[in-house]
Design a protein around this ligand. Structure first.
Ligand code: MCA
Ligand code: AMP
Length: 515
């Protein structure tokens, strides 16, 4: 038996149509990738006593640059019955090691360009390289059985408690997403997706890549670079970005000469769809893009744990500052702290695209859901504060995201991060007595990560902001490294001694205005 996700892939995997154009411009068909994926699946299942029936339950790490090899390995893992854990070369080794250990990654697939980074993680793990040898040496086995409930991907996301946790997405979760998003956004095999997002998160991996693959569309991978992205729009029909990308497109446009601007505007009008998500799109940026491309970006709301939940319409009015309505099969509620229906409150979501839980974290999984009173599936707590926008007759026409329920969860350039994780890292420094990390509103990043630290006495010079940033940089993903570090004499605290972060943010904003 094959899951709907695998069935969909198998139905496309013999097509001569283009599936991927890599950053160097090489075109790869679905048939080529289909062959590559089966070879990788077979190599993964190889074992001393003969091929294993399935990798069921096993986590396979992927450390592969965007391109055809990535898609082959991703689909190869699924065809072998395994669960993919996508690793990124953008982070320091310590972060990658954490993901591998937490997920108990047993096998690692790496592209040859990333082999040195993979070697650092290979102790006690099998390491496969996606080179010609792997493709040629492997026998093509029938795909391993998979069911809708089989875990397909384990994606890491930050929470309010310490280190990132692995959200386990099933084949059904992803197949549902693939079909719903593909349909809602009018995807077809005629589409050419301009893909500039990182592949280790839900946005780039599933919302963008799996949607395109499920529709038989062609995905062109390109590292994000604003001038190149503007020009590449001329060859694309769909672009998906985070608000920081739209901000960079805006900055590049403003800096360009008249001819370049005209060329870029023409290129943008080739797109039939540009979407924005992962963080709130400032309406000024949306209007800027509408003026160039002819259409306001389609803004939608998503999460690692649910994929896309709400979306503005493909056809019809896209309301600036709003994220639209639930996709078909997605149920949404807005509740207050007591769990009672409210005008403004936390957004709760349920439906077949909602994940089942965090890997080996029963307590955090339990805390993420609220039992339903109607006998249906439990509701997932998004942690986002929302309100419904109503029309004159009182019918909901869109949801509006007002902020996060926790001040300790930040979004920088579309990446979610936990202030607590950064604070814990800063406290590892022998001279840091205490630390408070907050997000300060920022044009480029949405929120800018700022750390305020109290130092303790000790030998030698006390560390300055540069030294503390360097300390974080060795230990954390680059986007988590505080952009500013302030050494303070005291932190604003409530009578219980807890740092009052809203006061700290106000204080920092006041400082910035004065500077
Ligand atoms: C890079 N830097 C960042 C970020 N990205 N700092 C804060 N926040 C960031 N997001 C650091 C770099 O390490 C570098 O630090 C400095 O900022 C400048 O880097 P630069 O090369 O200019 O940046 P970049 O590498 O071009 O990255 C910018 C980016 C990237 C392309 C906007 O942040 C990005 O790809 N963001 C997308 C994140 C994403 O896909 N999120 C989806 C999560 P230094 O100067 O110190 O070296 S999934 C999700 O949210 C749900 C499902 C949903 O709804 O989509
Ligand atoms: P992640 O855990 O990285 O998947 O991030 C999910 C979070 O991104 C959500 O809980 C929201 O806070 C935020 N988010 C996603 N899309 C939007 C949007 N269109 N507007 C505002 N916030 C968004």
């Amino acid at each position: 038996m094959h899951s709907p996700l695998v069935e969909r892939w198998l139905s496309l995997a013999t097509s001569p149509r283009p599936a991927v154009i890599d950053a160097a411009g090489a075109v790869h068909t679905y048939a080529e990738l289909g062959h590559g994926a089966r070879s990788i699946a077979s190599a993964l299942r190889e074992a001393p006593g003969g091929a294993r029936a399935s990798l069921a339950g096993e986590r396979v790490g992927l450390l592969i640059s965007p391109g055809a090899a990535f898609v082959e390995a991703l689909m190869g893992v699924l065809l072998a019955g395994g669960t993919g854990v996508v690793l990124t070369p953008l982070y320091p080794t310590r972060e990658r090691r954490y993901f591998c250990e937490d997920a108990r990654v047993g096998v690692l697939i790496a592209s040859p360009d990333l082999a040195p980074l993979a070697a650092e993680l290979s102790e006690g793990r099998r390491l496969l390289l996606t080179d010609e040898g792997l493709r040629e040496g492997a026998r093509e086995l029938e795909p391993a059985p998979s069911s809708p409930a089989s875990p397909a991907l384990q994606l890491y996301t930050s929470g309010t408690t310490g280190r990132p946790k692995g959200a386990v997405l099933s084949h059904e979760n992803l197949a549902t997403q693939q079909a719903l998003v593909g349909r809602a956004w009018g995807f077809s095999q005629e589409d050419r997706l301009l893909h500039t997002l990182p592949l280790h998160h839900m946005h780039g991996l599933a919302i963008a890549l799996l949607t395109a693959l499920g529709s038989g569309a062609c995905t062109r991978f390109l590292p994000f670079d604003a001038p190149r992205v503007w020009d590449a729009m001329a060859e694309a029909t769909v672009f998906m970005g985070v608000p920081s990308m739209y901000q960079r497109l805006h900055v590049a446009y403003e800096a360009a000469d008249v001819d370049t601007r005209a060329r870029w505007s023409r290129a943008a009008t080739h797109l039939r769809l540009a979407t924005s998500g992962s963080a709130a799109l400032p309406t000024s940026l949306g209007e800027f893009f509408r003026a160039r491309s002819g259409a306001y970006p389609l803004e939608r709301f998503g999460m690692t744990e649910i994929g896309v939940g709400l979306t503005n319409p493909l056809e019809g009015e896209r309301r600036p500052g709003c994220v639209g309505l639930p996709l078909p099969t997605v149920d949404a509620r807005v509740v207050d702290e007591a769990g009672v229906e409210a005008e403004v409150g936390e957004l709760l979501i349920r439906g077949p695209s909602v994940f089942g839980g965090y890997f080996e974290r029963p307590e955090e999984t339990a805390a993420a859901f609220v039992a339903a009173t109607d006998g249906g599936a439990p509701w997932f707590r998004t942690g986002d504060t929302v309100t419904r926008v109503l029309d004159e007759a009182g019918a909901p026409v869109a949801f509006k995201i007002l902020g996060r329920t926790s001040v300790d969860i930040l979004k920088s350039g579309g990446y979610k991060l936990s202030a607590l994780e950064i604070e814990e890292t800063l406290r590892e420094h022998p001279r840091v007595l205490d630390a408070a990390v907050v997000g300060v509103p920022d044009e480029a990043w949405g929120e800018r990560v700022v750390a305020c630290v109290l130092l303790r006495e000790g030998p030698g010079h006390p560390p300055d902001a540069r030294a503390l940033r360097a300390f974080c940089k060795e230990r954390l993903a680059p986007y988590k490294v505080p952009k500013d570090v302030h050494v303070m004499a005291a932190l604003p605290r409530n009578p219980l001694g807890k740092v009052v972060k809203p006061d700290l943010i106000r204080e920092l904003e006041g400082r910035e205005k004065r500077e």
